[in-house]
Design a protein around this ligand. Structure first.
Ligand SMILES: Cc1cc2nc3c(=O)[nH]c(=O)nc-3n(C[C@H](O)[C@H](O)[C@H](O)COP(=O)(O)O)c2cc1C
Length: 266
């Protein structure tokens, strides 16, 4: 296993199924920041070439720790380390530090330019009831799994609707029809209307508790399953508990910085 520690990024566990070796990787030229870098997972050893790693910090980094056979093998690894005298009195085990070259990210303009080439649909994610309704335009939506049916949506934590949508137990994903460019603009904050003021009488309240745009191309009702902080966004994963089909013929598309009408019939 290798624990990768990068400044400003959550610790990451690589090769989680390799129980024969354990190291801590840090970027080159971070010598002066090592104490702070290793703090979330343990403590720098006196020689500054090893880290005392807390086993619970490693367990927390991998969803596999809920998997009995992974947890068992990990415990065996820690016991093996203890037998060899590589643990301290608090149960932390010692791992050596490796310096690795971590590639620098591309600049924001190159990233945006690349992502503009990825054609997507356009949706309004919405939550809440009455005067507490909120909704925003999103294109970062993806199917996650069919059994059970799950989807994800990526929401900027700086957006006004973020806390309302991520804090709701139920939310809707309204896939906009080719005629709904105006809704896309309204819910993207381009019409100076905010919160519940963005909703009109084309919206109804689904029995499960989320606002639904009756004229949407299609709408999914989701219960909140999990949330993951990633960069500037929250990845919100929902279990799909309802679906409404609209009577519209085609979807709104987002491609190359423009909204376009899908040209096929549904
Ligand atoms: C076509 C389109 C797609 C968008 N996709 C996303 C997205 O996936 N995630 C996101 O956080 N913001 C996205 N935005 C930006 C938000 O809609 C915008 O920042 C919105 O104003 C945020 O909600 P607020 O007005 O409540 O702050 C998109 C905007 C447009 C026009």
């Amino acid at each position: 296993m290798r624990l990768v520690l990068t400044p400003g990024v959550l610790p990451r566990l690589e090769r989680a199924h390799d129980f024969k070796a354990f190291s801590v990787a840090v970027p080159t030229a971070t010598e002066d920041r090592l104490d702070a870098l290793v703090a979330p997972v343990g403590e720098l050893a006196e020689d500054r070439r090893h880290v005392w790693v807390r086993p619970d910090a490693v367990r927390a980094l991998t969803l596999l720790s809920g998997d009995g056979s992974w947890a068992e093998k990990f415990d065996e690894m820690v016991t093996y380390a203890a037998r060899n005298g590589w643990t301290d009195e608090t149960g932390r085990f010692r791992a050596h530090i490796e310096e690795v070259q971590i590639p620098a990210p591309v600049d924001a303009a190159s990233f945006r330019d690349a992502m503009r080439r990825f054609a997507s649909g356009v949706c309004v994610v919405a939550a809440g009831e009455g005067a507490k309704r909120c909704g925003m335009t999103v294109s970062a939506v993806s199917s996650v799994s069919a059994e059970p049916p799950m989807v994800l949506v990526c929401l900027n934590r700086a957006s006004g609707s973020h806390d309302c949508v991520t804090g709701a137990g139920t939310f809707s994903i309204n896939i906009l029809s080719s005629e709904q460019e105006e809704e896309a603009m309204l819910f993207a904050g381009q019409r100076d209307r905010h919160g519940a003021d963005r909703f009109d009488d084309l919206w109804t309240q689904d029995a499960l508790g989320a606002p639904v745009l009756t004229t949407a191309h299609h709408a999914l009702i989701c219960t909140s399953d999990s949330q993951h902080v990633s960069g500037s966004h929250t990845i919100l994963v929902g279990r799909v508990v309802g679906a409404h089909s609209g009577e519209t013929e085609g979807a709104l598309l987002n491609y190359n910085g423009e909204l376009r009408q899908g040209t096929w019939a549904a």
